[in-house]
Design a protein around this ligand. Structure first.
Ligand code: ZN
Length: 379
């Protein structure tokens, strides 16, 4: 029996887009050359990050990409009870072609082992990489098109080859797609969900709706780029602010059209992809954006961050609701998130987090005081 009189009880939050293993440890003598980073330290750091996520009321996360098989290891350590953390559903390095996001090095260098992309320039190479990642235990494959959506870097036939191979092995497929053509191709090729979709046109969204494919707009990240850009200026940020302004306008349109067309929208944030996307305070920001731009009611937005997000962690109908027979992931809040959705963005508002029927110790403030051991993944 838990006395929660005067409190607000809801399922644990689910973030459909968080990264745990991006970036390099900030250590003396390791600020030059990205080849000096190490999987061992990165794994421990990812495990530490997972603690922070759980202590902000997020009991499940979908991790679309990271270094090595770091996230697979953290997922399994949590499952085995070696460490505390949210339920984790993860991909590994994202499959990219020349010119895709995360193809950062000159072609004679390619994508080194410690990078978060893996170059595959033919459908055959992609299928081989899918098989390799499946062998190492990923829950889904992450494909990635161009960074901001300027060009389409992966052909529909290549996406279809990945989907065919992954689905045959009971592994799902998600894609980073900000562009128009890539979003349409991904929908037609049958991916399980599309991340971003910024520049999708009416016709692209019709293809998405027709295929019954879910989207994870991740507007939180684009909003944060604009906010952070205003704070520090274009020189201090590696992303074009003008381009992201354009993409935010696209996303507002996508959110409104998706709702009208009955496309299922899942809530993700991209926390952990840059040092200025910290864990803890942004995992429910997408709910605020859905209300502000997408015409959602507060309860609909909460449902989007809980029940509707269960698909992104492979646990549809098992998590994201408070119901007998479902997984016992529960949060209790000191303030009313329906009156002000931003309540969910402040861990100090949490009275209790329960994951799998077990109470999480929120008194341990060490997670908040952790030093920032992070520098950008992308130089
Ligand atoms: Zn991401």
């Amino acid at each position: 029996m838990i006395d929660a009189a005067g409190r607000w009880i809801m399922p644990g939050l689910i973030d459909a887009h968080t990264h745990l293993s991006y970036g390099n440890p900030k250590l003396p003598r390791e600020d030059r050359g990205r080849g000096t980073t190490r999987p061992e330290l990165n794994t421990l750091r990812a495990a530490w990050n997972a603690q922070k996520v759980l202590r902000s009321g997020v009991t499940s996360i979908s991790v679309p990409g990271g270094t090595w098989f770091t996230d697979v290891a953290v997922r399994d350590a949590i499952k085995l009870g070696l460490i505390e953390g949210p339920r984790l559903y993860c991909a590994s390095r994202m499959i990219v072609t020349y010119g895709s996001i995360e193809d950062e090095e000159p072609s004679w260098v390619g994508t080194p082992q410690h990078s978060i992309g893996v170059l595959c320039n033919t459908a055959a190479d992609m299928v081989t990489e899918v098989r390799r990642q499946c062998k190492h235990g990923v829950d889904f494959i992450k494909l990635a098109d161009s960074r901001s959506g300027e060009t389409q870097t992966i052909a529909k036939e290549e996406i279809a080859a990945v989907v065919g191979e992954a689905h045959r092995r009971n592994v799902r497929v998600a894609i980073h797609s900000r562009g128009s053509a890539s979003t349409r191709a991904a929908a037609q090729a049958g991916v399980d969900w599309i991340m971003h979709t910024d520049l999708a046109t009416e016709a692209d969204l019709e293809a998405v709706a027709g295929a019954g494919v879910r989207i994870v707009p991740t507007a939180t990240f684009v909003e944060r780029v604009l906010e952070f850009g205003r704070e520090v200026g274009q020189d201090q940020i590696q992303i074009s602010i003008d381009r992201m302004k354009r993409n935010m306008e696209g996303l507002v349109n996508v959110l409104q059209r998706a709702r009208a067309m009955g496309i299922k929208v899942m809530c993700g944030t991209d926390c952990g992809n840059y040092s200025w996307m910290p864990y803890g305070k942004m995992h429910a920001k997408e709910a605020e954006i859905l209300i502000r731009y997408g015409g959602y009611s507060p309860l609909e937005a909460i449902t989007a961050c809980t029940r509707e997000n269960a698909f992104a962690v492979g646990l549809e109908n098992q998590v994201g609701v408070l119901e007998a027979g479902k997984l016992a992931d529960i949060t209790i809040w000191k303030q009313n998130p329906v009156a002000d959705i931003r309540v969910l963005q402040e861990p100090a508002n949490l009275a209790m987090v329960i994951k799998d029927g077990k109470k999480v110790n929120l008194d341990d403030r060490a997670w908040e005081e952790a030093p920032l051991i992070f520098q950008e993944a992308v130089a």
